[in-house]
Design a protein around this ligand. Structure first.
Ligand SMILES: Cc1cc2nc3c(=O)[nH]c(=O)nc-3n(C[C@H](O)[C@H](O)[C@H](O)COP(=O)(O)OP(=O)(O)OC[C@H]3O[C@@H](n4cnc5c(N)ncnc54)[C@H](O)[C@@H]3O)c2cc1C
Length: 598
């Protein structure tokens, strides 16, 4: 059976040594009082909840799955409901939410760290509060004061949970094709919503008192395509005059999907049969409002893969230390044993170090982005807020796309380290592979993330946002100017940044002639930008570790950081050369073959 220990040491390294969050948060009036002791206490207690309450339900939840009864009700696996009650009663649900709506107002960066641990412990369970978090963000940004007053305190406390209802059978990536209709009821300003949504995560369950669906639908006179979509809040139980769950709404779970992984999460077909809903945001501009939830969910999906990659790494590392097979080719390493532990074989080390390098860089990257989100919303300086908003917008598709691709690779490598035992259910590794696979698909496939990054975030503004990230890179490199020992890290980072700028301008020129050029380059381009961010993270981490060692620290943690940074630049970073060749190869090789000739 697998195990999970919250990786507090590395989390604290990122928060306190890399990001220096206490100092950074002091500049945000809302968080000026938060100190290291509070942050560490939250992580320790939160980690205990994840390891002791959520983690033991992960494998059993996978095996049992969710069950739908004839009346459309859904039962989650044994223990899920009780764990959720504990989550709500202990206040974990409201950690990062705004105090105005009953939240505890902790910085986003701290909340992100807690979410990583929840996902390591149990991704399927974490999706119930995860979607609630996204619904809260969208309603907070676009809801009327009445809607906010009615729904936000309940979503914040966790008494009610949320969903996002976008997908229909004919409308997946292309939401412009959706058909669900909304007809206004002039008597009370509500809408009657009719249609069928598919693949709705947490769409029906027994964990909360009410489920609040955010639904995309069309008004009768809506223009076709994405410009004719509106967003509605559709509660399972319509709140009564006291704000308590009242009349049962006509929104029912028609079936639950049988799927590859995340069995503990109910993926539902949801029928809306004249269900009562209330518009959120402006008519025909619902996608704008839904994008708040989608962006929140995209960052959340990156966290899911970081969490899975971490727990899979922990288990494969422990296994590699205890499993003995064969002798090291350079001579016995454990002569007292019949064979050497497999961790001494170079290729097993490649698999372990790849996971370690991906996990630790993903942690540094996502927490850095978490702090940028705090600055975007709470910094007193307008320019600082705007710059951070640009960085978050630029890098959201990278968090979603790059971290989930790496997360899948990491879990597969963890399985490989276990050999045949990894393929057997008891090891837990095959569940991680199955669970990690969906993260590359939902919330906009990773292709969609790549198109978003290159077309919308980079080319559309003439690389203005990208150059802002370039400034962050430059500052890090300049900070190490004259430090010869750091050149092994700063030089490849600077070289990649130069190549990215060159490749971006060349794609820009080609894409002006034919937009397919950008679409053809997008996926390898996102991976190059992912490596640019990871090179930045590893350079940053190496600098901090080197300073600690130079000032006399013997803590093996810092030596391990330096070794992992070296591994990253020597063994993973070189992939960028091949990726850049793919980027520059253009659309020709992809479009030459006639569709009929395949
Ligand atoms: C377990 C699970 C949970 C989900 N949860 C939710 C949820 O809570 N709420 C919700 O609304 N939806 C949810 N989804 C739906 C999910 O977001 C969609 O499956 C996803 O967006 C892709 O849509 P699709 O499946 O229709 O694939 P399609 O859109 O048909 O795409 C098929 C393939 O074509 C590619 N493709 C499509 N268009 C383009 C293009 N323009 N350029 C290049 N490539 C393209 C895609 O990348 C993909 O590889 C969930 C799905 C699953 C499986």
């Amino acid at each position: 059976m697998p195990h999970y220990t919250p990786p507090l040491r590395d989390m604290q390294f990122v928060l306190h040594e890399l990001l220096e969050v206490e100092t950074a948060l002091r500049k945000l009036p809302q968080h000026a009082d938060i100190d290291r002791a509070t942050i560490d206490a939250v992580l320790e207690e939160g980690g205990r909840f994840c390891a002791d309450v959520l983690f033991p339900l992960n494998a059993s939840g996978d095996q049992e799955g969710c069950k739908r009864a004839a009346d459309g009700s859904v039962t989650t696996p044994k223990g899920f409901k009780e764990a959720y009650r504990q989550f709500v009663d202990s206040g974990w649900a409201s950690l990062g939410a705004d105090p105005e709506f009953g939240g505890q107002g902790l910085p986003h960066v701290v909340d992100s760290a807690f979410r990583e641990m929840m996902n390591s412990a149990n991704q399927a369970w974490t999706m119930y509060p995860g979607l609630t978090h996204g619904a809260y963000n969208a309603l907070k940004a676009f809801g009327t004061p009445q809607l906010k007053a009615l729904y936000l305190p309940k979503l914040v406390s966790g008494d009610w949970t949320g969903t996002m209802c976008l997908t229909e059978a004919q409308a997946g990536t292309d939401l412009g094709l959706l058909k669900t209709r909304a007809i206004e009821n002039p008597a009370d300003g509500s809408y009657a919503i009719t249609g069928t949504k598919i693949f709705i995560s947490s769409g029906e369950h027994d964990m909360s008192q009410n489920i609040i669906h955010l639904v995309l639908a069309r008004l009768p006179d809506a223009p076709p395509g994405t410009k004719g979509i509106s967003m509605f809040v559709v509660p399972k139980f319509v709140p009564d005059a006291d704000g308590k769950p009242g009349e049962r709404n006509a929104v029912l779970c028609a079936s639950i999907e049988h799927k590859m992984g995340i069995h503990g999460n109910a993926t539902c077909v949801i029928n809306l049969d004249g269900a009562r809903g209330w518009m959120v945001g402006e008519p025909n501009r619902g996608l704008n409002a839904m994008f708040v939830m989608m962006n929140s969910a995209r960052l959340g999906v990156g966290m899911q893969s970081l969490g899975l990659a971490e727990v899979a790494y922990q288990n494969s590392l422990a296994y590699a230390k205890e499993r003995v097979q064969g002798r090291s080719v350079s001579g016995p390493k454990a002569p007292d044993k019949p064979a050497d532990p497999i961790i001494f074989h170079p290729d097993v080390r490649r698999m372990l170090l790849t996971q370690k390098a991906y996990v630790e860089a993903a942690r540094a990257f996502t927490y850095w982005a978490g702090l940028a989100i705090d600055r975007e919303h709470k910094h007193p300086g307008e320019k600082v807020r705007a710059d951070n908003a640009d960085l978050v917008a630029l890098l959201t598709p990278v968090i979603k796309g790059f971290i989930t691709d790496n997360g899948y690779e990491s879990t597969t490598l963890a399985m490989q380290v276990f050999g045949g035992h990894g393929y057997i259910v008891e090891s837990g590794m095959e569940q991680y592979v199955r669970d990690a696979r969906i993260n590359m698909i939902y919330e906009g496939t990773n292709t969609v993330q790549a198109l978003d990054l290159l077309a919308r975030k980079v080319l559309a503004d003439g690389s203005a946002k990208l150059m802002k990230f370039g400034k962050v890179i430059r500052e890090l490199i300049d900070g190490h100017a004259g430090n010869a020992a750091m050149q092994e890290f700063t030089e490849p980072l600077a070289a990649l940044w130069a190549q990215v700028q060159k490749a971006t301008s060349e794609i820009d020129v080609k894409a002006r002639k034919n937009a397919d050029e950008a679409a053809a380059a997008a996926v390898p381009y996102l991976r190059v930008i992912g490596h640019l961010v990871f090179s930045f993270s590893w350079c940053h981490a190496a600098g901090v570790a080197m300073r600690k060692i130079d000032s006399g620290s013997n803590d093996p943690f810092y030596k391990a950081k330096l070794s992992t940074a070296r591994f990253y630049f020597a063994k993973l970073y070189p992939e960028t050369e091949a990726l850049l060749s793919q980027v520059m190869a253009g659309m020709g090789p992809l479009m030459e073959l006639d569709a009929k000739a395949f």
